[in-house]
Write a protein that binds this ligand. Structure first.
Ligand SMILES: NC(=O)c1ccc[n+]([C@@H]2O[C@H](COP(=O)([O-])OP(=O)(O)OC[C@H]3O[C@@H](n4cnc5c(N)ncnc54)[C@H](OP(=O)(O)O)[C@@H]3O)[C@@H](O)[C@H]2O)c1
Length: 294
């Protein structure tokens, strides 16, 4: 089966390559060869390759910068998703698109269901929701939209690598304890996406993160403990202090609660996600083995 992945070099696109199942003929293109914000190029590439499945791992992901670069964020996350969806409709390809917990306001007190009302509180979240809507307009429910959250991997920039660097450099650091969600290893997300590809009947909105719940503070403490156990950090390093969101102002607002309900996804994909702490342990092992730059 021919599969095209967009966003080469990103966290998810890299893990999709690592976890490639047998029988897939994969093409992974970066922005230099496939700029999803460029409608004509999207049509041309998909018409040329004629993939059975397109996985959109490309996105404008700079959440804070998006507040001052609204046009750029929407060009990629909204219009880009729409260009891909229309090209898939025209050439009979299945679209598997990745979206975010940031489509929700974060005011709920239960894990968000795929059917819950969206209400983004940031430009990034609004641009990703607009992307879901463009896909719905072009393909109806026939595409798969997978919402995920708090993604990290061995490659790219992410919270885990930033924490490891800061914990090695500083005596103490404050980490927000009143935003709660679920860390997600891009490797597990990639494996879930391949299960979607293998199941042509799956469609609509899915939620995928690792299992469990944590605040950013809990996550930082776990990163330190697991990294110390592996010798990636010394036994004595930065003290981690819980702080409030109001004490760490950022240009973009973030949902205070962004736990996603995965029940229906786990049923459809016939698997459950790993607990986030076990996934973190495996990723740090991977980092230790490969000696990736922080
Ligand atoms: N990271 C998270 O915490 C998180 C959380 C929830 C959902 N998600 C979603 O998960 C998906 C994968 O995220 P990720 O963490 O893998 O992101 P990432 O590491 O930032 O990778 C995104 C990739 O998309 C590329 N890209 C940007 N604009 C493009 C364009 N116009 N055309 C083609 N490629 C373009 C980027 O290239 P450049 O490097 O050249 O910009 C980058 O390689 C995205 O849909 C994201 O919204 C991520």
């Amino acid at each position: 089966m021919k599969v095209l992945v967009t966003g080469a070099g990103g966290q998810l696109a890299s893990e999709l390559q690592v976890s490639l199942p047998p029988g897939v003929q994969l093409t992974v293109l970066g922005r230099d060869r496939l700029d999803i914000a460029h409608a004509a190029q999207v049509q041309q590439v998909i018409a040329g390759l004629m993939p059975a499945v397109v996985i959109n791992a490309a996105a404008y992901t700079a959440v804070d910068k998006a507040e001052s670069e609204q046009a750029q964020a929407f060009a990629v996350n909204a219009e880009g998703a729409g260009h891909l969806a229309r090209a898939c409709a025209l050439h009979g390809a299945r679209l598997v698109h990745v979206s975010t917990d940031f489509v929700f306001s974060g005011e709920a007190c239960h894990p968000y269901l795929p059917t819950d009302a969206a209400g983004p509180v940031s430009v990034y979240g609004a641009s990703k929701l607009a992307g879901e809507q463009r896909i719905q307009e072009a393909l109806g429910g026939r595409a798969v939209v997978i919402r995920t959250a708090w993604v990290y991997s061995r490659v790219g920039h992410n919270f885990v690598k930033t924490m490891l660097r800061l914990m090695a450099e500083r005596d103490s650091l404050g980490v927000v304890s009143d935003q709660v969600g679920t860390p997600t290893w891009a490797h597990g997300l990639a494996q879930a996406i391949w299960r979607v590809v293998e199941r042509p009947a799956v469609e609509g909105i899915l939620h995928w993160t690792d299992a469990g719940v944590a605040s950013w503070y809990d996550f930082a403490v776990a990163i330190q403990e697991e990294a110390q156990a592996l010798g990636l950090l010394p036994a004595r390093c930065a003290a981690i202090n819980p702080i409030r969101t109001v004490d760490y102002p950022t240009p973009a607002r973030r949902p205070a609660w962004s736990v996603l309900d995965k029940t229906t996804t786990w049923q459809q994909l016939e698997c459950t996600g790993m607990h986030w702490r076990e996934a973190l342990r495996q990723m740090l092992n991977d980092l230790e083995t490969h000696g990736e730059q922080l």
